[in-house]
Design a protein around this ligand. Structure first.
Ligand SMILES: [Zn+2]
Ligand SMILES: [Zn+2]
Length: 214
C-alpha cells in the first residue's frame, strides 16, 4: 500500500475561503468556519494537527490546509458571505488529494479577495472594520469601527487585497478606485455562486520605500 499522501514537484494552485483577523497587532487569516480544525495562519504557513501523534495532513484526520481546485468547487467549502475572503493559494509539501480538492501540509497565500460589500449596511465597502474577537471585515467608512485601509491590510499581509463589485454599480467602482483599487478584469461567477457578472479590482502593496532618495 502506498503512502496516503503525495509530494508534488511544483506547488498546486488552489482556492479556499477564509476570514481576516487581528491578533497581537498582526493581520492573520482564520478558518472560514469555526467547526474546522486549526488556528489562525499567516501568508506562508505549515499545518499542524491539534490532535496528537501525527504530522498534518493525517490520512484518517481532517487536519491540514483545505483548498479546492478552482472557483467552481468553492461552494463545497461552505456559504458565500460578505465577510469571507476567497484566497488564491499554492499548496506544497505533503498533499492528500480528495475528489474535489486537497489537504496540504504547506500553504502560501497569493491574494485575498472580498465582495466589496459592507457587512453591516450592504453599501460599497472601502475599508476593513474590527469586530469582537479580533475579526476584521469589509465595511464602509460610516459603519467601520477602528477602520483599516485596504492598502494597510495588503501591506500587513504582504499580498494584494482584491475587491469585487457589479458592472452597473458605478458608485461602488468610484469608491474602490478612490481607495487605490485598480481594475483587473470582468468575470462571471460560477453557477454555484450565482453566475453573476462582476468586476475585480486589486489594491496593490505600497511600493517599498526606496532606501536612497536623491
Ligand atoms: Zn490530524
Ligand atoms: Zn456600512
Amino acid at each position: 500500500m502506498g503512502l496516503p499522501w503525495d509530494v508534488y514537484a511544483t506547488p498546486i494552485a488552489a482556492r479556499k475561503l477564509a476570514r481576516l483577523g487581528i491578533e497581537h497587532g498582526e493581520v492573520v487569516l482564520r478558518p472560514a468556519f469555526y467547526r474546522q480544525l486549526g488556528a489562525s495562519y499567516g501568508v506562508v504557513s505549515r499545518a499542524t494537527c491539534p490532535l496528537e501523534g501525527h504530522d498534518a495532513p493525517g490520512a484518517e484526520c481532517s487536519c491540514g490546509f483545505y483548498a479546492v481546485a478552482d472557483e467552481t468547487q468553492l461552494w463545497r467549502l461552505g456559504a458565500d458571505e460578505p465577510e469571507l475572503a476567497v484566497l488564491d493559494v499554492e499548496l506544497a509539501g505533503r498533499i492528500i488529494e480528495h475528489d474535489h480538492g486537497y489537504r496540504a501540509s504547506d500553504q502560501t497565500v497569493r491574494s485575498v479577495r472580498f465582495h466589496g460589500v459592507c457587512v453591516r449596511c450592504g453599501r460599497q465597502a472601502d475599508v476593513f472594520g474590527q469586530r469582537r474577537f479580533g475579526g476584521l471585515v469589509p465595511a464602509c467608512r460610516r459603519c467601520a469601527r477602528r477602520a483599516l485601509e485596504p492598502a494597510a491590510v495588503a501591506d500587513a499581509l504582504g499580498v494584494p487585497v482584491e475587491l469585487t463589485t457589479e458592472p452597473d454599480n458605478l458608485v461602488s467602482q468610484r469608491v474602490i478606485e478612490t481607495n487605490g483599487g485598480v481594475f483587473v478584469e470582468e468575470f462571471t461567477a460560477p453557477p454555484g455562486l450565482g453566475s453573476k457578472r462582476g468586476l475585480r479590482y486589486r489594491i496593490a502593496l505600497e511600493p517599498a520605500t526606496p532606501a536612497h532618495r536623491a
